[in-house]
Design a binder for this molecule. Structure first.
Ligand code: SF4
Length: 220
């Protein structure tokens, strides 16, 4: 598939997924993280299906905005978009006892595990041999923690592999921002769960900054 979009002074090299597979299931957390990765796989003729499974996002209005933004970009690039469950009750059940963990701690490991277990299952049931996630492109995240979860989930199925490509490298992180601005994606200001919203607001208060007002900020 030709990439219908372009970035100033940048021409993409083609990527190859493990095993020379041509089909990829891409777990996506949001449009800003997905944008650069989606353009990279589009330019590499990798047939990609975006899998949106993020029951961590709170509240539901925030979840709907992030999902719609991601779907909007999928439609633009002609990618298939799977709108998976918003099974937030299961997420809260799984996170019980970890509510006060810091970001990048044990709560996040459970959160990644849950999302990737479902992604790996979908891959297995729908004949995808390789899956990846957009989560690791963000510098706020611990890439090793994400990749460990990704591999752990893939190990449940003999024919499913987790692709741990480093999307940050070779300018990926800055293109992520550039694409977000070009597309005027919604700009979320906290990771996603109610606890990250709580902790970000606490940090803001301590640093004399205004509390987050959800749903109003867009990259431009
Ligand atoms: S901070 Fe982010 S990764 Fe960690 S549990 Fe909350 S939503 Fe999940």
């Amino acid at each position: 598939m030709d990439n219908p979009l372009s970035i100033k002074n940048f021409s993409r090299t083609k990527l190859a997924i493990p095993g020379d597979e041509k089909k990829l299931l891409l777990h996506s957390c949001c449009a800003p993280c997905a944008g650069e990765i989606m353009e990279a796989v589009a330019a590499s003729d990798i047939e990609t299906t975006v899998y949106f499974y993020n029951p961590n996002i709170h509240p539901q209005e925030e979840y709907e905005i992030r999902k719609d933004e991601n779907k909007r970009f999928c439609d633009k690039l002609g990618f298939k978009f799977i709108d998976a469950d918003y099974d937030k009750d299961n997420w809260f059940e799984r996170i019980k006892g970890l509510e006060n963990e810091p970001e990048r701690g044990k709560r996040c490991t459970e959160c990644f595990d849950m999302r990737f277990e479902r992604s790996a299952l979908f891959a297995y049931e729908n004949n995808f041999k390789v899956y990846a996630t957009t989560l690791g492109i963000s510098r706020w995240k611990n890439m090793e923690q994400i990749n460990d979860s990704g591999k752990r989930a893939a190990k449940r199925y003999a024919n499913v592999h987790y692709w741990d490509f480093n999307w940050r490298k070779k300018g990926g992180s800055s293109r992520m921002i550039e694409i977000s601005k070009r597309e005027e994606f919604y700009q979320q200001e906290y990771c996603g769960c109610v606890y990250s919203l709580r902790d970000t607001n606490k940090w803001r208060q301590k640093n004399n900054k205004d509390r987050i007002i959800r749903g109003i900020k867009f990259y431009n």
